[in-house]
Design a protein around this ligand. Structure first.
Ligand SMILES: [Zn+2]
Length: 154
């Protein structure tokens, strides 16, 4: 079950249980899903995904520790998603590029931006849930763009 297949399956609301093939789970692709109906369906099967954090699900070996770390990350995302059912939850986990999200119409960048040292802080509004999000854009030690997202407390 690749991510497209997973999305198709999630749209089938008659399903009682989600059969997951662990080796086909691509955590970052799941966090990138933007279809609100699919995201809500993901939350219904949160227990099925929790099993992916069990060591015995994965073959023993060098790679297991990093897979488990990734599955913990995915489950953290899913529990956040379960609280706030919107695609913008994923932006924090993906450290998504605010400008790409704006170009794609997922968020609107608001006027206020603030330069703090080497960083620029933006405010944007999610077009899915209307929440205001704060994004700090800076360059990491290798000169790559870094985007830290957080929900603005109101
Ligand atoms: Zn949102």
């Amino acid at each position: 079950m690749d991510t497209n297949k997973l999305i198709e399956t999630l749209k089938d609301v008659r399903l009682d249980e989600l059969k997951i093939e662990p080796e086909k789970i691509k955590a970052y692709e799941i966090m990138s899903i933007t279809d609100i109906e699919v995201l809500k369906a993901l939350c219904r099967y949160i227990e099925s995904f929790k099993k992916l954090s069990l060591p015995e699900v994965w073959p023993a070996g060098e790679g297991r520790q990093s897979i488990l770390g990734l599955m913990d990350y995915l489950n953290k995302y899913l529990s956040d998603l379960n609280v706030h059912k919107c695609y913008c939850v994923g932006f924090k986990y993906l450290e998504a590029d605010i400008f790409n999200q704006s170009d794609d119409g997922f968020v609107d960048i608001l006027e206020s931006s603030e330069v703090i040292g080497e960083s620029v802080k933006y405010e944007c509004k999610c077009n899915g849930c209307s929440k205001i999000l704060e994004v700090t854009h800076s360059l990491d030690s290798t000169g790559g763009d870094s985007y830290v997202w957080r929900q603005k407390s109101d």
